[in-house]
Write a protein that binds this ligand. Structure first.
Ligand SMILES: *Cc1c(COP(=O)(O)O)cnc(C)c1O
Length: 419
């Protein structure tokens, strides 16, 4: 998917200027684009009653990005202690934060309860007994099993490690109630990068039915349903974008009908990551080598430490080379890692690239930098933000060799062999 025209119109003409100033490689994010998507989300779900997006921190865990989310009134979905700390560093507290952990530890529970707590979203019935202090408001992640189909990234619900099963869900709320909870929410997250909006509508419908069942069996009313993240973005030029307006309209109708039938309606929450920021980021990297063996390889100065998705999921990321003229050729675009899956593109038709050319790897605004790793001693690049006023700000420096060696500085600690 070509990035938005406004991002492109601002970025491409000053690419040389930006790279001269900051060097390469870097991810750069478009603040205006993120805000436009945030507004579109709020407008699309206005008819659903109370709506709130909890931005999935893992998609783009940068404080400057989180500040933009918070300024739009969004909360945060976290699933680790560092993510909780990041969310709280923006000033978010209490019910502005949802903690959706999996295989949760006691340390996780304690951190979640700190600083006035947050909405605790439990991933299993066995955790009810393990929560050190049961909060007044509790949520469960529901896994419908074979009642729903899954998708390529998360897999089938019945094979996914997440959530409380259909058979356990009523009992889970009953046990939470017995431990003192008296406010409730219901969550699920079934899809990832789903482009068919009706799948998300079915998810809302499924949760509303379950709300009704829980009310009948336990006499409790859900304060909210959270349909999770997973709204897709078109990575390839051929893919059609998710129909946000239709999704908003149909979920709005479901919520209004529920309100009419039962004289109350839970709030609608979601926790989109990719949809919010994915299309509003790109990875800019410079060609440093060309290699012609059985195939032609274009070597760039970024590697999969900056973007794992192609290597990990075989994901497609569209690549453009602004200003590079034809003719076209078929190449693999590669990083420097000693792993043959360190390729940003495989057998891709691109204009003939030479050393020194810049390429723009698109849709890296979610699960890009965040998923990076240090395998093979590779360091992660800097992150920049294109502000609404046209200025460009560094929002994370590149990792350094000192960062890499930081965990090798520690006090000597030896357990002597048993005598
Ligand atoms: C990863 C994740 C999200 C965000 O998913 P996207 O596909 O980026 O929208 C939301 N909620 C939970 C619980 C997640 O694990």
């Amino acid at each position: 998917m070509p990035i938005t025209n406004s991002f492109k119109a601002q970025l491409y003409p000053q690419l040389e200027r930006i790279t001269n100033h900051f060097g390469t490689p870097f991810h750069i994010y478009d603040e205006a684009g993120i805000r436009a998507t945030g507004r579109a989300l709020q407008e699309a779900f206005a008819a659903a009653g109370t709506f709130r997006e909890y931005f999935a921190v893992k998609a783009l865990p940068n404080p400057a990005i989180l500040a933009v989310m918070r300024s739009m009134g969004f909360g945060f979905d976290c699933s680790s202690i560092p993510e909780l700390l990041l969310a709280r560093s923006t000033g978010a507290r209490g019910e502005e934060i949802m903690f959706t952990s999996n295989n949760t530890s006691q340390d996780d529970f304690l951190a979640a309860a700190d600083e006035g707590g947050c909405i605790l979203n439990l991933d299993d019935i066995s955790l009810v007994a393990k929560v050190p202090v049961m909060p007044e408001l509790i949520c469960f992640r529901y896994n419908p099993g074979s009642r729903r189909s899954g998708n390529a990234i998360i897999g089938k619900p019945e094979e996914a490690k997440y959530g409380v099963s259909h058979e356990q869900i009523v009992e889970a709320y009953r046990q939470a109630q017995q431990r003192g909870a008296h406010r409730f929410g219901l969550h699920t997250m079934l899809a990832s990068n789903e482009l068919d909006y009706s799948y998300m509508v079915q998810t809302a419908s499924m949760l509303l039915e379950l709300c009704r069942q829980l009310e009948l069996e336990l006499d409790i009313r859900m304060e909210f349903i959270n349909i999770g993240g997973g709204m897709g973005i078109p990575y390839t030029p051929e893919a059609a974008p998710l129909n946000l307006q239709a999704m908003g309209r149909e979920i709005g109708q479901l919520m209004q009908k529920f309100e009419k039938d039962y004289s109350y309606c839970p709030a609608l929450y979601m926790e989109s990551g990719r949809f919010m920021t994915g299309p509003h980021g790109v990875l800019v990297t410079r060609v440093i080598n060309r290699k012609e063996i059985y195939r032609t390889y274009v070597g760039v100065d970024a590697c999969m430490s900056a973007l794992m998705r192609p290597g990990m999921y075989g994901a497609y990321h569209h690549i453009e080379a602004p200003g590079v003229e034809q003719p076209e050729e078929v190449v693999d675009v590669v990083g420097s890692l000693c792993e043959n899956n360190d390729k940003f593109a495989i057998q891709r038709t691109l204009p003939r690239l030479s050393e020194g050319d810049l390429i723009v790897i698109q849709d890296t605004g979610a699960h890009g930098q965040a998923m990076g790793f240090n395998y093979n001693g590779k360091l992660r690049p800097q992150e920049l933000m294109l502000r609404q006023d046209g200025s460009v700000e560094r929002i994370r420096r590149a990792e350094t060799v000192d960062d890499y060696f930081a965990t090798l500085q520690f006090e000597e600690n030896i357990l002597a062999a048993e005598q």
